[in-house]
Write a protein that binds this ligand. Structure first.
Ligand code: NAD
Length: 348
């Protein structure tokens, strides 16, 4: 049957992207809501045909243990809350789909993975691009040698945030809730793309950051960071991310013969992709990007129901959290760091 999922956190992403996408999913349905705002939760419940007894608060979250309608939870809270609500869900005997970034640091990720194993429950990270037709096509082309040997991947995930945000009024600018900054929130798409397009783990990372501690928006976070990955094949990736720079969501990959250019590369919709070089100039349109949300949730539902493998599990979230830690380490120390195959750092 279909897997019942309780949505934990009724913020922008939950309300505008995830909950509407359940209509296109076959293996999952919404079975509960967890919110600190009872009034909002009742409105949302009514809109989705849920009963009032399917609404939980953060104070009685543990009570989901006794609710057989709920097989799993989908954690869509600020990053700093992911570990707690994931571990508590496992304690309640539920499976967990958790939003990216997985958690604040590798230690938190390891505790989440361990809690899932102890409970015998599944853990997946909401890396939707693995279920999005343009990104799937791009992986097929780059890994299939369609560009010739890969030389360079460039990723840019950036926008310029308006005045008025502060660490107090927006969790993305608050270190305790967001970690270091746009790297975890948005730049993580570049980290992901560099790895899923190359099919390699970096052996070395070097990074440079811009700090703006006098700007009230950036008193706690690193507003801009650029990094370079070196892969065993000799290919390189250059990643930039920022909240203080004109907007762009781009992933480009150059091989010895051809280039793949992706614009709005990791967006919810509106992807564009071009294959150029050596006499080629094609626009590719492999499918509707908006299926990514339902496809991701169906992948989770099938894994919970059938025990099938999870493509974007906790180990991948841990790996990326390690690489993010290494990027910050390199920027802080102003020197490159070595990376082991599992993403942990080693001295060069
Ligand atoms: P948001 O600010 O819109 O929503 C956060 C929700 O958490 C709000 O409903 C807020 O009330 C609630 N919350 C509970 N406790 C809180 C606390 N102590 N401080 C602040 N808020 C608290 O954020 P969002 O954009 O919906 O992001 C939520 C999660 O989803 C994050 O992990 C984010 O990285 C992820 N996200 C993923 C994607 C994606 O494309 N995969 C897109 C957006 C957000």
């Amino acid at each position: 049957g279909s897997v019942g999922i309780a949505i934990v956190g009724l913020g922008g992403y939950a309300l505008r992207q995830i909950m509407p996408a359940f209509a296109g999913a076959k293996h999952v349905h919404i079975a509960g809501l967890v919110s600190g705002n009872r009034e909002k939760a009742e409105e949302v419940a009514a809109a989705y045909g849920l009963e009032d007894d399917q609404i939980y608060g953060y104070d009685n979250y543990a009570d989901i243990a006794g609710d057989d309608r709920i097989d799993a939870v989908y954690i869509i809270l600020p990053t700093g809350l992911h570990e707690k609500y994931t571990v508590d869900a496992f304690t309640a005997g539920k499976h967990v789909l958790c939003e990216k970034p997985m958690a604040m640091d590798p230690g938190e990720c390891e505790r989440m993975i361990a809690a899932g194993k102890r409970a015998g429950r599944r853990l997946m990270i909401g890396y939707r691009c693995h279920f999005e037709p343009f990104n799937l096509k791009a992986m097929e082309i780059t890994k299939g040698g369609g560009l010739g040997p890969l030389r360079l991947i460039q990723t840019q995930h950036q926008y310029s945030v308006g005045e008025g945000v502060t660490p107090q009024n927006n969790w993305r600018f608050n270190r305790a809730l967001a970690g270091g900054g746009p790297l975890e929130d948005y730049g993580i798409y570049g980290v992901q793309a560099a790895l899923y397009l190359s099919g390699e783990m970096p052996t070395r990372i070097s990074a440079t950051q811009m700090l703006m501690p006098d700007d009230p928006r950036f008193t706690e976070i690193v507003p801009f960071i650029a990094s370079q990955f070196t892969f065993p094949s000799g290919a390189a990736a250059q990643l930039t991310t920022g909240y203080n720079v004109d907007g762009l969501n781009r992933v480009d990959a150059w091989g010895s013969r051809h280039t793949l250019k992706m614009n709005r590369a990791t967006a919810y919709s509106g992807q564009e992709m071009q294959l150029t070089g050596s006499g080629k100039d094609e626009s590719l349109n492999p499918g509707d990007p908006s299926v990514q949300f339902a496809q991701m949730m169906d992948h989770f539902g099938q894994a919970v129901r059938d025990g099938s493998p999870i493509l974007t599990g906790g180990e991948m979230g841990l790996r990326d959290t390690r690489l993010i830690e290494a990027i910050y380490r390199s920027a802080d120390r102003e020197r490159p760091v070595g990376i082991r195959p599992d993403g942990t750092m080693r001295r060069l």
